[in-house]
Design a binder for this molecule. Structure first.
Ligand code: NAD
Length: 378
């Protein structure tokens, strides 16, 4: 079974799908692993680190020969065309928002695992790349904010006087938000947090932050534990509650997302105008449309004297750990589906994990949410 790791086409992608350590684990399973020359450069791993671990350096035509192709950021459609029919692609695919990409995979007769669709179950936690990357994104968001803020985060008592701790507001307390809270607390900030799922209140408090209670009525969650989109009345109530909090915060970090939809807009330009000049807003949901009104992917701008940061793919700022965690997620996934007795992959859709994440099987689309996105596209 030949496994090929891909180098991302996007030059801003600093992460890689396999590390030398993960190669070693796949080789021990009995898989043949190839990586392109220079794959680990962004992370400080040289070709020898990969070959010593048991990988071969791939040639340009390796893709047509591979049984499994591992990526991280989605590749160009010609990658799918170059793969042999029946082969498996594994990586982030953003399939709901990208019907054309889904079509390209189907037309090539491939099978595909979308890492976004690994279920949020206890069993599948070890394969959950959304979580592994979101934890790092939450950490990176706080460091970006701290670097842009013209003051320190902790309280400091000095002979020259006492500096008050910075106030940080985290909106959206999923995996990224929890890590943002933990990081801001470690740096000594005073942290408030809000999420539409009231069940996260206890987790917020356990990190030493204050959970902001806002009565939005029934907000609900999906079977998978994701937030549901709010009604127009609920959105208005949330915005009213957030306005006062944003005004008194030195840093606002947003990570609110609704799976398979555009991120909800929560922080308006009018709210930013009420913040003290020098304050910082980091939109951690910019990859899926953003929580901040008018946010532009990749742009950091001054608005009303406030630094508004729209850096995408925050986990790319810590590529070594992001790659290590992602590669570990892939090794766990491949270990789960590898059947050593037949030396083949078992793409068994009776298995609850595969049922969720195997979005295309030998050219046939298997996922209803993605199908709906396809039918809605022109
Ligand atoms: P996500 O990235 O989809 O969303 C981030 C957060 O934004 C969520 O907490 C969501 O409730 C919140 N949100 C949505 N709309 C909002 C709004 N208008 N205002 C404020 N907040 C809003 O979430 P995630 O981090 O991927 O986690 C999704 C769910 O999966 C959570 O319930 C999480 O606890 C759960 N989870 C479970 C496991 C597991 O059991 N293995 C692993 C990871 C996550």
């Amino acid at each position: 079974m030949k496994v090929l790791a891909l180098r991302a086409v996007d030059a801003t992608e600093s992460r890689v799908p396999l590390t030398p350590d993960s190669v070693r684990k796949l080789v021990t399973l009995g898989l043949t692993v190839q990586v392109p020359s220079g794959l680990g450069e962004c992370c400080g791993w040289c070709d020898e680190n990969f070959t010593e671990a048991g990988a071969a350096i791939s040639t340009d035509d390796a893709i047509g020969d591979a049984d499994v192709v591992l990526g991280i950021a989605p590749p160009n459609p010609d990658t799918f065309q170059a793969m042999k029919a029946g082969a498996l692609y594994v990586g982030f695919l953003d399939p709901v928002m990208n019907p054309a990409r889904v079509k390209a995979i189907m037309e090539a007769g491939l099978s595909a695992v979308a890492m976004e669709f690994i279920p949020r179950s206890t069993f599948a936690q070890k394969m959950d790349a959304l979580s592994s990357q979101a934890s790092l994104a939450g950490y990176a968001a706080v460091l970006l904010a701290a670097n842009a803020l013209p003051q320190i985060l902790p309280m400091m008592m000095t002979p020259a006087g006492t500096l008050k701790p910075a106030r940080v507001l985290v909106i959206g307390v999923g995996v990224a938000g929890l890590q943002a809270i933990a990081t801001a607390k470690r740096l000594g900030a005073r942290v408030d947090a809000f999420d539409t799922r009231p069940e996260v209140a206890e987790q917020v408090r356990s990190l030493g932050a204050k959970f902001v209670e806002v009565d939005l009525g029934e907000t609900g969650a999906t079977r998978e534990g994701y937030a549901k989109a709010l009604s127009d009345e609920q959105k208005a109530a949330q915005q009213a509650a957030m306005a006062a909090l944003v005004a008194q915060s030195d840093v606002v970090i947003t990570t609110a997302q609704v799976f398979g939809r555009r991120a909800p807009q929560i922080v308006t330009d009018a709210m930013i105008a009420t913040m003290r000049p020098g304050s910082v807003v980091v939109d951690g949901a910019v990859d899926s449309g953003g929580n901040v009104e008018g946010i532009v992917v990749g742009e950091t701008v001054q608005r009303h004297g406030v630094t508004v940061i729209g850096v995408p793919h925050l986990a790319r700022r810590v590529p070594v750990h992001a790659s290590e965690m992602y590669a570990a997620n892939l090794v766990n996934l491949l270990s789960h589906i590898w059947a050593p007795e037949t030396e083949a992959l078992s793409l068994d859709t009776d298995d609850v994990t595969m049922e969720a994440c195997l979005i295309i099987q030998e050219g046939t689309l298997r996922n209803e949410l993605i199908r709906a996105g396809q039918e809605a596209s022109p």
